[in-house]
Write a protein that binds this ligand. Sequence first.
Ligand SMILES: Cc1cc2nc3c(=O)[nH]c(=O)nc-3n(C[C@H](O)[C@H](O)[C@H](O)COP(=O)(O)OP(=O)(O)OC[C@H]3O[C@@H](n4cnc5c(N)ncnc54)[C@H](O)[C@@H]3O)c2cc1C
Length: 215
Amino acid sequence: MLPALPERVSKETEKLLLRLGVNLLVGAKVSVVGSDRVSLTDGRTIPAELIVWAAGVKAPDFLRDIAGLETNRINQLVVRPTLQTTRDDNIFAIGDCSACSWGERGNVPPRAQAAHQQASHLYSQFPRHLRGEALKDYRYRDFGSLVSLGEFSTVGSMMGALVGGSLVFEGLFARMMYLSLYKMHEYALHGPAKVALDTLARLITRRTEPHVKLH
Ligand SMILES: Cc1cc2nc3c(=O)[nH]c(=O)nc-3n(C[C@H](O)[C@H](O)[C@H](O)COP(=O)(O)OP(=O)(O)OC[C@H]3O[C@@H](n4cnc5c(N)ncnc54)[C@H](O)[C@@H]3O)c2cc1C
């Protein structure tokens, strides 16, 4: 479950799903998806009336080897620590479309906080690039993760970079953190008036809206 997140967040999420009656088959590889069943490579078959396939993130195919640049298995542009693509100093890639090394932990995860940090880093480095000066390396700082299970629960770890992701919390506190983060993002994009109006409208319409996160 959630292999990119700290182990304790992954374990807590697993426990929450089990409590909700979700049957988890971790590490099972799907071989065939039929109209009424899913078959696994170990020979097991799971009968199903409704099948939802969510097999991870992949960048669009048009990015593969675009303009001779290096891309990886999931079509992300491979970048150096300076966020410059490996084959062209003047082409930078940030966010989900880029593959930036995070040392032994693999690549920087495709998350909003990484995209935000990389954008800020690039903004500060561009003037140096235009002056022909050496660029500073980008370093991913993991400030933690929040996993929202809609109305049921929220689980998360805070200040991952500072305490190694060991400060795990859930319940009302995690949910309040999640909601305030969400409002902060909305505020940054839309400003105070729209966020206030939207919050009010949501309070009025929440009874008729779906209770799981659909974006
Ligand atoms: C369902 C879901 C839930 C998520 N929840 C979280 C979360 O809780 N926390 C978290 O940290 N991260 C979360 N993420 C990941 C987060 O959304 C991304 O990591 C982040 O948005 C990456 O930012 P980005 O700018 O790289 O890409 P995006 O935000 O995806 O922006 C890319 C933009 O490029 C546009 N675009 C695409 N193709 C073209 C084209 N050919 N020409 C022009 N424009 C184009 C797209 O329309 C889009 O506007 C979630 C992602 C999904 C899908």
